[in-house]
Design a protein around this ligand. Structure first.
Ligand code: CA
Length: 521
């Protein structure tokens, strides 16, 4: 606190006023609307988090949120890539409704209602800080300070209001957290707030903070059971371009023999940063040659390096969540602030031999979601129902006591949170509808739609693949056996096709209905 006052004397007077107002403001708020912080990371796989069962990952702060709140085990995204997931967060609608289907250079249409605007109308102060990546400037936020596009891990640029770009020294997760607590300090204490903290971590290419280099070097990670998938019976899975073996690049992804002067990622490092970073990766760079790695041995080395870099990058993400939680504790805000942690989608940590996302298969279909809501959500709860990312906006609106517009496609899952629900009888959807579009670049994953129920998954890949897939998640949780067309599956396929079509009708995905009508049987 002292440090900040010394640095920013212009805030001294404001701070004095703020301090005077605090007790009244807190009293007023706790009687009424809770504050809400939505920490939104990028590409952070649920299976890379301690609370979701990863015994190696150092994620004490996400684990703490889960312990003090609820962990959702089946939070499904409706289109597993970055921009579309953010567009869905803001609208509570499927990609075909909000218009943002792909991560291309199209601008997100902000001439539609975005739920933070409704919070504003209901007396909330709103802010988005960090990664947004929608090719448009934020709307519905009183304050914003965002990364341009993907942003940089080191010494990142930020676009601030109205539209100025400034470079800041430091590691991106730290800078985002600093901006977040700075805003919390200077906000209007008389109003409740909604803050989105958009993290860049753990997006490719994974550049850990200097203090996290080598954090997992003593771990030999076990290969996923389906690491050597032969993709038999799955045309789209066979035709993708996202394997650790072939697609993952030694230099750009795994920092082997990087050209620090020419590569744009690295020439923004300070000499001191570069020295430490380079010293670590110079040692790593020698390994493939020194060990004469080829074939499977090289692929497995790449896998080890990938997991190490990825989890090390996540260390900084988690540490910064901890900083924010500490801030809430220190300021007394914690007891009236809902804290949500989610990623924009899941990610492959070597399952099927892959990295990246996109497919309807479990690792990229599901995303981590934990929520701490003091006094409402029982600590240590678990929600197993199928929650969709279209449900996030209406749930936040519901928590804030704000009316949910009828055209929002999701539903508030606050009732599930309140009843500690793994066994509850709260009525809830039984199907999760999914539709992915981006093809062929960058990873050659055929567009597809499908439905996931508690036990089964049915998907149709189009755009050239023209193939159906059926999985029984109970007997085949790693989705290796496509049962479509096999004996004894007619009844279940018939049922799933009916439910798939019903979902398309319900969510008004007319393009999908047309494709389905022409699909082979
Ligand atoms: Ca993402």
């Amino acid at each position: 606190m002292k440090f900040r006052i010394l640095l920013f004397p212009q805030y001294v007077r404001l701070m004095a006023v703020v301090l005077l107002l605090v007790p009244t403001a807190i009293r007023a708020q706790s009687a009424a609307k809770p504050n809400i912080i939505f920490i939104f990371s990028d590409d952070h796989a649920y299976q890379a988090i301690g609370a979701y069962g990863n015994k190696y990952a150092k994620t004490p702060n996400i684990d703490r949120l889960a312990r003090e709140g609820a962990l959702l085990t089946n939070n499904v995204v409706t289109n597993s890539i970055c921009g579309p997931s953010r567009a869905t967060l803001l609208t509570g609608k499927y990609s075909h409704k909000n218009g943002y289907k792909r991560n291309d250079n199209t601008k997100f249409n902000t001439n539609q209602t975005l739920f933070p605007e409704l919070l504003q109308q209901n007396g909330y102060q709103t802010a988005w800080i960090g990664k947004m990546h929608l090719n448009s400037l934020p709307k519905g936020f009183d304050y914003w300070n965002i990364l341009p596009g993907q942003g940089n891990y080191y010494n990142p640029d930020f676009i601030s209001q109205p539209n100025d770009t400034t470079r800041y020294n430091g590691y991106v997760s730290d800078v985002i957290t600093q901006f977040s607590t700075d805003w919390l300090e200077k906000r209007d204490n008389a109003k409740p707030f909604f803050l989105i903290v958009g993290h860049k971590a753990t997006h490719r290419e994974w550049l850990p903070d200097l203090q996290d280099l080598g954090a997992y070097d003593d771990v030999d990670f076990p290969l996923p059971v389906n690491f050597y998938d032969d993709y038999q019976g799955r045309a789209a899975a066979k035709d993708q371009d996202m394997t650790i073996e072939k697609t993952m690049r030694l230099q750009q992804d795994l920092k082997v023999n990087v050209n620090y002067e020419k590569d744009w990622t690295y020439n923004r490092f300070s000499p001191e940063q570069q020295k430490v970073f380079k010293a670590y990766y110079d040692k790593i760079s020698k390994e493939p040659e020194a060990k004469k790695l080829t074939g499977k041995a090289l692929t497995e080395w790449k896998y080890q390096r990938y997991i190490k870099d990825y989890l090390s990058t996540a260390n900084s993400l988690d540490r910064n969540i901890g900083k924010l939680l500490d801030y809430l504790d220190k300021t007394g805000l914690a007891k009236n602030t809902v804290v949500i942690y989610a990623s924009d989608q899941g990610f492959y940590m070597g399952e099927h031999g892959w990295f990246d996302k996109r497919f309807i298969y479990e690792e990229s279909l599901k995303t981590p979601f934990v929520i701490r809501y003091p006094g409402v959500v029982k600590p240590g709860s678990q929600v197993d129902q199928l929650v969709l990312n279209i449900d996030w906006a209406p749930t936040v609106l519901n928590i804030a006591g704000t009316k949910i517009p009828t055209d929002i496609q999701g539903k508030s899952f606050l009732p599930l949170l309140k009843t500690n629900t793994a066994t509850a009888k709260t009525p809830w959807r039984k199907d999760a509808y999914y539709h992915y579009y981006e093809f062929p670049e960058p990873h050659h994953v055929y567009p597809h739609f499908g439905i996931r129920t508690e036990r089964y998954k049915l998907a149709y890949f189009y755009g050239g693949a023209d193939s159906w897939e059926l999985y029984d998640l109970k007997t085949d949780p790693s989705e290796m056996k496509n049962l479509y067309g096999q004996a004894d599956t007619d009844k279940i396929v018939g049922d799933l096709k009916t439910r798939l079509k019903q979902s398309m009708v319900q969510y008004e995905d007319n393009e999908a209905l047309e494709i389905l009508a022409k699909a082979k049987k």
